[in-house]
Design a protein around this ligand. Sequence first.
Ligand code: 9MR
Ligand code: ZN
Length: 550
Amino acid sequence: MNDIYIKEGEKRELKISPFGIYINQAGYSPLSTKIAVMPFECSDFAVVNEKGEEVFNGKTDNFGYDKNSGDYIYKADFSSFSEKGSFRIKAGGKSSALFAVGEDAYEPVLKSVLKAFYYLRCGSGLSEKYAGVYKHAECHNSTAYLWGDESVTKDVSGGWHDAGDYGRYVTAGACALAHLLFGFELFGGLKNTVFDIPESGNGIPDILNECRVELEWMIKMQREDGGVYHKATTALHAPFVMPEDDKAKMYLFPVSSMAVADASAVFALASRIYEPYDKAFSDKLRECAERSYGWLKANPDFIGFRNPEGCNTGGYGEWEDRSNRFWASCELYALTGDEAYHKDLKALINEDFSLSGLGYVDVGGFGSLSYILSTRNKDKAIEEKMTSAFMENADWLRKIADSCGYGVAMDEGHYHWGSNMTAMKNAMIFIIADRLSGENKYRPYVERLYDYLMGLNALGISYVTGCGEYRCNYPHLRPAHADGIEECIPGMVSGGPNRTPGDHDAKILILEGTPPMKCYADEAGCYSLNEITIYWNSPTAFVLSYLNEK
Ligand code: 9MR
Ligand code: ZN
């Protein structure tokens, strides 16, 4: 069953790119900045079309040693090349993968990355009409029992599978929803992005149709008193079977204050966003947001989460809940304009957490964004503090990018479990800084991070399934393995290089001393390198929505 893992004594080689020159394999828009990286010495490069004819050429730049890739690299800047079509870079007898230049460089990838959420839907099953060969039957619809007190039962069907596992976790879901909903708020183009889901054409933007799936589930995770269960999972991670074949008993796990705060925040954010589309749903979300906020006021102490004995599914533990509570008060203030929430956020802002954090642990940046975008009566000093947090973060990241041969704003410490989320979150910081300053100076830094995800990296690999000539195809994703189909479900963002591999197979495959950018293997067993999650897809969707704005 679990034949994905390396067996004792088994020799398994790391795959390497058949291409020696690295570019963004998803393609470029004509006006974008364009860089190719050659990890070998060469003085000239050429762009050739599909017939092999040279259409552009130039001189390379010798960057020298790049510490995160461990390579001596030469760079080719072909930004001024804007001809439309499909091309390769050639230099020193080597070639890049195929890439396109065209106006529609981003839209197909954006749609694919959004459609991934549909493929991760739990409960309803995926029909052939929308999922094609990746269809599957209904899953995880059985009643859930509260761990430790099975007299408490609840229907918590629905939502999205979190990741390569079939668990459903509130804080992870809230984070993914925040990326998607803020993306919707900031980038008007998303209103018209249709990605072929059962609700398409119902008069509501598809991204809101898709987010509603997760929101409806999160509402079910809420108790009468506003407490929100931390997660709904089986006791143990399922083997590599299709979701409908995972029949183990479903459990609810105790309320954590992070889950309550994040749910309250995201209910309020969603209430604001769905208001013009579905007043009744928006009202319901508002009521849920307020109810959970009430629980937070009645329970001021931190209630963390640790897996109880006998459970090995995701923990999503945190050490404090200040940023979570802050985010909730910011969202409720933005939604209601009630000064009581304003007072709360003004008190919480003095606590020690990042005001620009956009991940599932540090959610302070969502609070800041909500406050900054809000039209409510604002305290200028507070708004300034939040804006500065984003600007300073962007400035720090710019320096990192400028010292990297690939031009990516990723320092050594960023190559951790789920590093591709950090790459995309860093791109979000640049985007937000540009929006706040009204300048557009960080766009090339966003382009580099996106290029990095799509193949401009030391392994020359595209980290999005189904996209690029040399791409990851074997992520740690249960249905992708169990369905027996060679081509992986498309649009899934792999976790990416991790310089401190955390699973058995990665520890075997990634040799000691491997440079951070190369600590990756496209192996299904390597969950600390090659899993997928909703909150790695969501910042990618945010970044693509920005790039796709005309
Ligand atoms: O994304 C999480 C990563 O930041 C942590 O280092 C890691 C170990 O705790 O867990 C990751 O989250 C996993 C979750 O616990 C269960 N679903 C899959 C997630 C991605 O690997
Ligand atoms: Zn399911």
